[in-house]
Design a protein around this ligand. Structure first.
Ligand code: ADP
Ligand code: MG
Length: 288
């Protein structure tokens, strides 16, 4: 038989927008000492708008930068891709088709366009590959910058901006008031990470981290005795979601995140996390 507490908790969970995939993990929720948030699509809504699109290489117009970028992003389900495709559709631009599309998880996307090797990638990836940029282009505030690379030359860039979710502020301060440390781990640039961290008053953040870095951030906190709840939306968050005592996926995120997570926030509302932790404290204390 299902214990009464379990039966009640399941219906309370459903009412609070929680889809429980792993009950054992859920029962730990009252013990959480640290919440690690992903940024894009988790603390932020992931509703990117294009602020600027510019060529930095002769032979390419600004519009061509956007069109080639769209050729590849057309195949991606990342929030950055959605922002770019929205702009392209608004401007009713057409774009060449792409072949051999591949995701460079946490760093960008690549494909063959008109027989050329084309990528849309983060500034960090460019640096790592030793690809030089002719101009000094910087992010300001909550800004995400991606470069269009053709045959290993950076030919243009797109700047996008995202917005912090309405309830992120309250979610963070409620968690902190309950004595939970709140950290962010993002694959995005330092500027965007710092702006979001400052706005929300986080206890710390890690920027430009790859999926395996997110995982080791979770693991090293747990080695120090923290009970970590990790929450994210992307393919890049999956290893960290799996490593955390409790992995929580944002409902509006990717299937990979949801399939890896112990719990899914059906309404994509970070406030549901603090409700869950309080609920875990109240309920599972009684069972012991
Ligand atoms: P976060 O950890 O904040 O959710 P991601 O790990 O999803 O961010 O992405 C990290 C970085 O990788 C982005 O800021 C961007 O530079 C690059 N990136 C990821 N996916 C794409 C994409 N589809 N197009 C362009 N750049 C991408
Ligand atoms: Mg994300």
């Amino acid at each position: 038989a299902i214990p009464l507490v379990t039966a009640i908790s399941t219906s309370v969970a459903a009412k609070n927008g929680l889809l429980i995939r792993n009950r054992t993990a859920f029962e730990q929720s009252g013990k959480v000492t640290m919440v690690i948030f992903d940024k894009t699509g988790t603390l932020t809504a992931g509703d990117f708008g294009v602020k600027e699109c510019k060529s930095i290489h002769e032979g390419y117009s600004d519009e061509e930068i956007l069109r080639y970028t769209a050729s590849i992003e057309h195949h991606s389900e990342h929030p950055i891709a959605n922002g770019i495709m929205k702009k392209v559709n608004e401007e009713e631009l057409d774009y060449p088709s792409a072949k051999d599309y591949e995701n460079i998880t946490g760093e960008g996307v690549k494909a063959k366009v008109e027989g050329k090797k084309v990528m849309v990638v983060s500034p960090g990836y460019l640096k790592k590959q030793g690809i030089e940029v002719s101009e000094d282009i910087k992010e300001e505030g909550v800004e995400t910058l991606v470069f269009l690379v053709v045959e290993n030359k950076a030919v243009g860039y797109v700047k996008l901006a995202d917005s912090v979710r309405k309830s992120s502020q309250k979610a963070v301060s409620t968690l902190q008031n309950d004595g939970v440390k709140v950290i962010m781990a993002t694959g995005d640039n330092e500027s965007a990470a710092k702006a979001v961290s400052d706005e929300l008053g986080l206890d710390g953040y890690h920027a430009e981290v790859l999926p395996e870095d997110k995982q080791s951030i979770v693991q090293s906190a747990q080695k120090k005795g923290e009970v970590v709840l990790m929450t994210g939306d992307g393919v890049n968050d999956a290893p960290a979601l799996a490593a955390a005592a409790i992995g929580v996926a944002i409902g509006s995120g990717t299937d990979v995140a949801a399939e890896t997570a112990d719990i899914v926030l059906v309404n994509s509302d970070p406030m549901d996390l603090s409700a869950m932790i309080r609920f875990g404290e109240a309920t599972y204390q009684k069972m012991r």
